[in-house]
Ligand binder design. Structure first.
Ligand code: FAD
Ligand code: FES
Length: 277
């Protein structure tokens, strides 16, 4: 097996694939909450993905990728046995939920990939969390059986009610917060979702950690691309995060920054659809 070869590829939902990559050095050191930066080919963009699972014995790392643009579409064209140009990591800081006992995990869309290793780890440590995962429709809910196994209480939610509760993750979170007692929440998903969860948990004075996903380039704190404002100070998601106190993150600014390169990203996709690389 060659380094960075795809060991397996599995379609989990529309435009969402699970990839297992042979990367023994990353597998040896990575922990839940950290991420990798990969390039599909030598000329490729560097794109970050959270470590969703790993096997130190087999030297493999699992990532879940939602196809949203140029590089994720290129990735989706690869098959088992194909090799990535590089796969660097682990980057960022591992999640630290060690000081909390009763934890609420909330995942929206592909954000469920980030809360999955936390759910598994907390289960292994004998303090399983309540888990809410949300998606637009049933086919987009991922890892349901695994979450059900590892969670204390598992609450799938869909916008259209096709699976689990109809509504948003915040609807279930509100109900749980009214009747259960938690020490902390960990929320990962699209920025508007994380902002909504944080607004809710603020009302219950519940400490809340979020995992931020700004555009990244080098992943080492040098380029400044991933900067955020947290508690009025500039922080870099790649080295200071990616997890931060959600009650202190400036979500408005983060959303505005994520929209900055929309036009260029669209142009990139047009080139891919036209078959030009
Ligand atoms: C620390 C970190 C961990 C991440 N983990 C995962 C993961 O586990 N699985 C996963 O599918 N994605 C994850 N992402 C997001 C992923 O890196 C982007 O979706 C990817 O870079 C898009 O590349 P692209 O060339 O396909 O799309 P582009 O052409 O660059 O962008 C297409 C669309 O995606 C949006 N987009 C671009 N970058 C991001 C971003 N960083 N976050 C959210 N939206 C973005 C753009 O606004 C645009 O609408 C993570 C991002 C970070 C910073
Ligand atoms: S990605 Fe360059 S500073 Fe974080």
């Amino acid at each position: 097996m060659e380094r960075f070869q795809l060991v397996s590829k599995r379609r989990l939902a529309e435009r969402v694939n699970e990839y297992v990559v042979y990367a023994p050095e990353v597998a040896r050191h990575c922990l839940a909450g950290q991420f990798v930066i990969l390039r599909v080919d030598e000329e490729g963009e560097r794109v970050p993905f959270t470590v969703c699972d790993y096997s130190r014995e087999e030297g493999t790392v699992c990532i879940l990728v939602q196809e949203v643009g140029y590089t994720t579409a290129l990735l989706a064209r690869l098959e088992v046995g194909d090799r990535l140009a590089d796969f660097v990591g682990p980057l960022g800081n591992p999640t630290d939920l060690s000081s909390y006992r009763r934890i609420l995990l909330v995942g929206g869309g592909i954000g469920s990939a980030v809360i999955y290793p936390q759910a598994k780890q907390l289960f292994g440590e004998g303090r399983p969390a309540d888990v809410i995962i949300g998606a637009r429709t049933r086919d987009l809910l991922i890892y349901q059986d695994d979450f059900a196994r590892y969670a204390k209480g598992f609450y799938p939610v869909t916008d259209d009610g096709s699976n689990g509760r109809k509504g948003f993750v915040t609807d279930v979170a509100r109900e749980l917060l009214q009747k259960e007692s938690y020490d902390a929440a960990f929320a990962v998903g699209p920025l508007p979702m994380m902002r909504a969860v944080c607004e809710l948990t603020k009302q219950f004075s519940l400490p809340t950690v979020v995992s931020m996903n700004p555009v990244m380039v080098d992943g080492t704190g040098m380029c400044g691309c991933c900067r955020l404002t947290v508690d009025g100070e500039v922080r870099y998601a790649c080295i200071d995060g990616p997890e931060f106190d959600g009650h202190k993150v400036d979500f408005e600014e983060a959303m505005q920054r994520l929209r900055t390169y929309k036009a260029q990203e669209e142009e990139h996709m047009c080139r891919l659809r036209g078959g030009v690389r």
